[in-house]
Design a protein around this ligand. Structure first.
Ligand SMILES: [Zn+2]
Ligand SMILES: [Zn+2]
Length: 658
């Protein structure tokens, strides 16, 4: 929705707000504020891969816009320490400079750990802030940090004063009037800005579809207490490591019921040590016992707190459920508590983990009915309270999937924000705000960047597509020997891995052969350059691509499969005798192929008696590959031995290409 603009209005001083992540999704929240020559970032998170993103560890927003404009970046504001708000920063620092990052103590301490790991500590300056502290970013932004309540301690909403007016950026929040750490939502401050006039509210939409208020964090305490109190043997408990309030309550209960705590999972150890260091979690040192020693204590005196509440394959509880953990095995007497609900997308792995734990005989407590988890995000009534306090002129729902944004906009309309004062935007959209207008402007480049397990390597769209093809339909390699004057000198050799097909090997070979011959008959001229008196120049990479595409098309048509095709071409010198193809010598070749299949599956002894032809290839010629991401390192020697049907050539032992 846009508001029509007169040319005079367009010239007015304009604030541009550009979300690069976090919209139409939950995760990788990254937002850009721009005025004049100043550019300020608010949060830079990551998201976790969805199904089909094989080998992808984390998902980040495309930051080409920031890289192009890095000269204008004046600083960054962090609202709180969740991965979907700070997880992208260490990687971004490798690509562009952020002069200064302001944020709460806990988030900054977690970020420093991540930056150390990534080796980028020298790329920025970290500054911690206190509630109600105001920082100046560039010439045009004044940012006040307003304490809010959320599932992690030390979380903030922001009041951003800009030349066109005040923006309230809620960050993640719910209204929790009995916070576990006693740090209350600074509602007065939001009301203060509301009283003076807020131009636009950008508000968390995660639970916009849920009616009512979100329960306070304390609501889970009696239920956790009951389950831990009633357990006669060992208690195993899992939650998000970053849910510091939940962790604090669990530790309090362990102390109350005389149980020593063993911690498992890197992030659990990390966050607890940071939160204790900064005083967000208080408990005696001797509450904790190293996992190796806790086994010596009676079960009824122990509680294991670990990662794995989302069924992540490598997390502690998932490994325990598979019997793969070196230190902890499930006992039928265990009580296992899931104090978290699965993030959409993780449901299947979570239920499988629960199943495995139950099969091992443990008592597993999970699910909404148990009252052992509450969300850290406000529901409709929390969102209404925020709208009522801020009383914004314009409203933009953020931090949510599309339907959540729509629901949140409806809530705003029900509170008197006119529909044409509300914008539903996507990543990369530019929100243009003047003192009396809001509109959706152009877009900037947005998208995703996928990192592999090392968090350094980028999995680009081509690699991802190849992995998906490999996983779904397998791989076909085709080896073709083609002479410099454009004919095949041996039958193509086909290898299948992971391909389910009704076609036999002979049929596959004959399809490949037909496609190669067709390309050589029809496309050879375009793929070569003849220079008078010289050996023709052949675009071998082009030849391979054409063969790959043709075979791909053929397999899609004939078998309805789309495996990854890799074609390797071995060039042969001019004058190498032409192989006429199975089309011309059907009977002979079929026998030959059958013989070859039989030989392929037989013992080493019989491999020795393969029929091969030795091709004379100049020493500099390599086998050329196109689809493979890495080239084949082994150089093919002067003589390349290659299999062809029985009876065509002299006998030799197969070597290079078996
Ligand atoms: Zn959060
Ligand atoms: Zn968030």
């Amino acid at each position: 929705m846009t508001i029509s603009q007169s040319p005079e209005q367009i010239k007015k001083p304009t604030l541009r707000v550009i979300p690069l992540g976090g919209l139409h999704e939950i995760g990788k929240n990254t937002c850009v504020f721009e005025y004049g020559d100043d550019l300020m970032l608010v949060d830079a998170g990551l998201a976790f891969p969805s199904d089909g993103m094989h080998g992808v560890n984390v998902v980040l927003p495309d930051t080409s816009y920031l890289q192009e404009n890095q000269r204008r970046i004046r600083g960054m504001i962090v609202t709180h320490g969740h991965e979907d708000h700070i997880g992208g920063i260490p990687h971004h620092l490798k690509n562009f400079t952020i002069p200064v990052i302001y944020g709460p103590r806990l988030a900054m301490s977690m970020l420093e750990g991540k930056m150390e790991e990534a080796g980028v500590t020298d790329r920025t300056v970290i500054k911690t802030v206190n509630p109600r502290e105001t920082v100046q970013v560039g010439q045009h932004f004044k940012v006040e940090f307003i304490r809010n309540t959320h599932s992690i301690a030390d979380s903030f909403s922001l009041a951003i004063t800009t030349p066109v007016g005040v923006i309230i950026f809620t960050g993640d929040f719910k209204f929790d009037h009995t916070p576990v750490d006693g740090e209350y939502f600074d509602i007065q401050r939001i009301a203060h800005y509301g009283e003076r006039g807020v131009l636009c509210l950008f508000s968390d939409s995660t639970n916009a579809e849920l009616p009512g208020f979100t329960s306070p964090e304390r609501a889970v305490f009696p239920n956790l207490a009951r389950h831990i109190g009633q357990a006669k043997h060992r208690v195993i408990l899992t939650t998000f490591a970053s849910s510091t309030h939940r962790v604090a309550m669990i530790l309090e209960l362990a102390l109350k019921y005389g149980r020593k705590v063993g911690l498992l999972g890197r992030s659990m150890l990390n966050v607890i040590s940071k939160a204790r260091e900064l005083g967000y979690i208080r408990c005696p040192d001797d509450l904790f016992v190293p996992i190796k020693q806790i086994r010596d204590l009676p079960d009824r005196e122990t509680l294991l707190l670990m990662t794995g509440s989302q069924g992540e394959p490598l997390a502690a509880l998932s490994r325990i459920s598979r019997g793969e953990h070196p230190q902890v095995q499930v006992k039928p007497t265990d009580t296992i508590i899931f104090s978290a609900s699965p993030i959409p997308g993780n449901t299947i792995s979570v239920v499988h983990t629960i199943d495995r734990l139950m099969i091992l005989g443990a008592k597993v407590i999970y699910g909404k009915g148990e009252g052992i988890h509450v969300s850290g995000h406000g529901s409709q009534e929390d969102e209404k309270l925020m709208l009522a306090l801020a009383r914004p002129k314009y409203f933009v729902p953020v931090h949510g999937e599309h339907r959540m944004l729509v629901a949140h906009a409806k809530t705003a309309h029900s509170m008197g924000v006119p529909p044409d004062h509300t914008l539903i935007i996507d990543n990369g959209d530019i929100v243009e705000l003047t003192c009396d207008s809001i509109r959706k402007g152009d877009t900037v480049k947005s998208g995703i960047e996928l990192l592999d397990a090392s968090r350094n390597g980028i999995v680009d769209s081509r690699v991802l597509k190849e992995r998906q093809q490999l996983a779904q339909d397998g791989i076909v390699t085709v080896l073709a020997v083609i002479s410099m004057d454009g004919h095949i000198t041996a039958p193509p050799r086909i290898n299948l891995r992971g391909v389910v097909t009704t076609a036999d090997h002979y049929k596959m070979t004959s399809w490949a052969e037909k496609e190669i011959i067709w390309i050589l008959d029809n496309r050879w001229k375009q793929l070569t350059r003849n220079i008078e008196g010289k050996v023709p120049e052949v675009d071998w990479v082009g030849v391979q691509r054409e063969i790959e595409v043709a075979i791909q098309r053929r397999l899609r048509r004939e078998l309805q499969v789309e495996p990854l095709i890799i074609c390797l071409v071995q060039p042969a010198p001019i004058g190498t005798p032409e192989y006429k193809g199975s089309v011309q010598s059907e009977t002979d070749n079929r026998i030959a192929v059958r013989n070859r299949i039989a030989r392929d599956t037989s013992t080493k002894e019989s491999t020795r008696s393969r029929e091969v032809v030795r091709l004379n290839v100049p020493p500099t010629d390599d086998i050329i590959t196109t689809s493979s991401t890495t080239s084949i390192p082994a150089k093919v020697g002067t003589d390349l031995e290659f299999e062809i049907p029985v009876g065509r050539t002299r006998r030799r032992r197969s070597a290079a290409l078996s």
